[in-house]
Design a protein around this ligand. Structure first.
Ligand SMILES: O=C(O)CCC(=O)C(=O)O
Ligand SMILES: [Fe+2]
Length: 331
């Protein structure tokens, strides 16, 4: 029987693959404890048991957001229990860091398929030619004027102008600056709960209208190029989104892609979104990932905003490989 160890104030769980096949399958979430999950690593016929002698461990990184996974090689096939535990960890902890991976783009794509179906991305010019569901996020990309594009510099969630935006965004480090260049993810479940009551009441039932780039947004995602591609009719999304996997509500918006909130002008909309950001984005709700070689970072777009940190020497190369996992129609 796995033991529960007291570990202070926040929820953690630990998952151990039992290579001796003695313990029954256990799967628990418990508040105020470490929860240890003992999973059988089933040997497959004719296949060497790839988990032999290894431990997969999932450890929460803070009270509000982030968990780290060690002791797993995502190039190997995963059993259902392991896959479910990883997916449950993303939903629970919102941002998941999986350490020490080594992939070709195809292996990376296959690894991410454990989390759902990969989907095509907006900017097809960044697709890897041999593996188009994997796109580059690079600080060397330029727009038509030759200016460097700063992908994801402000708080946002991805592809809100899609009817079915991605539930997870996944990044894998390929080239990293010597310092800085982290990725920050903020818990918008906590952000929603932290709103003053009158503001929370005011935004009930509101819907954002999403285009490639909103006319009143302060940031320019893709400048003239983006404007040219813009769809005339926006896609509506709920401003408060419920994650169907746990029933929890979160603030859900992309300030740059929001043209307006239904019934409001673009300028009033931006003012309201800024007010929401000011209340919801708190240091204790943020996880900033400091990239190491071999890291995969993924997060649940249904409960988070994220941004790239441009606090590094731009002459150093920063390249991540990105895969998006298909989501449901937001409600
Ligand atoms: O470069 C990063 O750290 C994140 C970029 C981003 O916003 C994304 O990949 O969706
Ligand atoms: Fe993004």
């Amino acid at each position: 029987m796995p033991g529960f160890e007291n570990c202070g104030r926040w929820r953690r769980f630990r998952l151990i693959l039992n290579t001796r096949h003695t313990a029954p399958e256990e799967y628990h979430f418990r508040d105020d404890t470490w929860t240890t999950l003992i999973l059988p690593s089933r040997p497959r016929k004719g296949l060497k048991n790839h988990y032999e002698g290894r431990h997969m461990q999932i450890t929460a990184l803070s009270k509000h957001i982030g968990a780290e996974v060690t002791g797993i090689d995502l190039r190997q096939p995963l059993d259902d229990v392991t896959r479910k535990a990883l997916n449950a960890a993303v939903v629970e902890h919102i941002a998941l860091v999986i350490r020490d991976q080594e992939f070709t783009p195809r292996q990376y794509l296959a690894a991410i398929a454990n989390f759902g179906e990969p989907m095509p991305q907006h900017f097809t010019q960044y697709e890897l030619p041999d593996c188009p569901l994997v796109c580059e996020v690079s600080n060397r990309h330029t727009d038509k004027t030759g200016k460097r594009v700063k992908h994801g510099a402000g708080w946002h969630t991805d592809h809100t102008n899609h009817v079915r935006p991605p539930k997870y965004t996944c990044l894998f480090a390929v080239a990293l600056p010597s310092k800085g260049g982290g990725t920050s993810v903020v818990n918008m479940r906590a952000g929603y709960e932290a709103l003053p009551e009158d503001l929370r009441q005011k935004i009930q039932g509101m819907r954002t209208v999403n285009v490639l780039q909103g006319s009143a947004s302060a940031h320019s995602a893709h400048s003239a190029e983006a404007q040219a591609d813009q769809k005339p009719v926006g896609v509506q999304q709920p401003l408060i989104r419920t994650n169907p996997e746990n029933g929890k509500k979160a603030l859900y918006f992309h300030p740059v892609k929001t043209e307006c909130i239904v019934g409001m002008t673009p300028n009033d909309t931006q003012a309201l979104l800024n007010e929401l950001l000011a209340h919801a984005v708190r240091d204790e709700f943020i996880y900033t990932h400091r990239w190491k070689k071999g890291d995969v970072l993924l997060w649940d777009n249904r409960a988070a905003l994220h941004r790239a940190n441009f606090d590094y020497d731009p002459d150093e190369h920063r390249l991540l490989h990105r895969v998006l996992v298909k989501g449901e129609v937001p409600e």
